[in-house]
Design a protein around this ligand. Structure first.
Ligand SMILES: [Zn+2]
Length: 169
């Protein structure tokens, strides 16, 4: 029997609760619910500027006929990295405390940009290209761009959004 979307979500929520399926905790970071943002990744200890916070590994998928999930990271032109937990839950910020850099051919690394105190949410700049479906940003920083979009693409994003709005009328 095919499970309906609603039923599947309900079952997943139950599994999450019973087994901590999507929970994560180690000496460096842990996953937690963050108010108004869904899940995020929090520092368990202090990190110094330039320090590798976590290495992000996952499944490699050929970019050819794959659009990528919400979590997919571009490794190079040919490959996407679908990060495993906790990497998948690191949120975007327009004023991030980490950078995402490629560390090996098959993994990325989250590197601290500044001093990070324990209990701080870890974020990096997704730098997504402007697309009409790009979500609004809720990073809450003073210089928030309004959408989860690269700084250079903010103007293009505004144009796309106003075009979609006109279409909807
Ligand atoms: Zn923002």
């Amino acid at each position: 029997m095919e499970l309906s979307k609603k039923r599947r979500r309900k079952l997943q929520a139950q599994v999450d609760q019973d087994y901590g399926y999507r929970a994560y905790e180690d000496r460096d970071v842990y996953v937690a619910e963050i108010k108004g943002k869904g899940r995020g990744v929090i520092a368990s200890r202090q990190f110094l500027p330039g320090e590798l916070v976590i290495e992000i590994t996952g499944q490699l998928i050929a970019a050819d006929d794959y659009d990528g999930s919400t979590y997919a990271m571009n490794l190079d032109d040919a490959w996407y990295l679908e990060p495993i937990i906790p990497g998948a839950y690191i949120n975007h910020s327009c004023n991030p405390n980490c950078d995402m850099v490629q560390v090996t051919e098959v993994s990325n690394g989250l590197v601290a940009r500044c001093n990070i105190e324990p209990g701080t949410e870890l974020t990096f700049d997704y730098q997504w290209e402007a697309q009409w479906w790009i979500p609004k940003c809720c990073c809450g920083s003073k210089n928030c761009r309004g959408w989860v979009v690269a700084e250079d693409d903010v103007k293009k994003m505004k144009r796309l959004v106003s075009r979609e709005k006109r279409k909807a009328k």
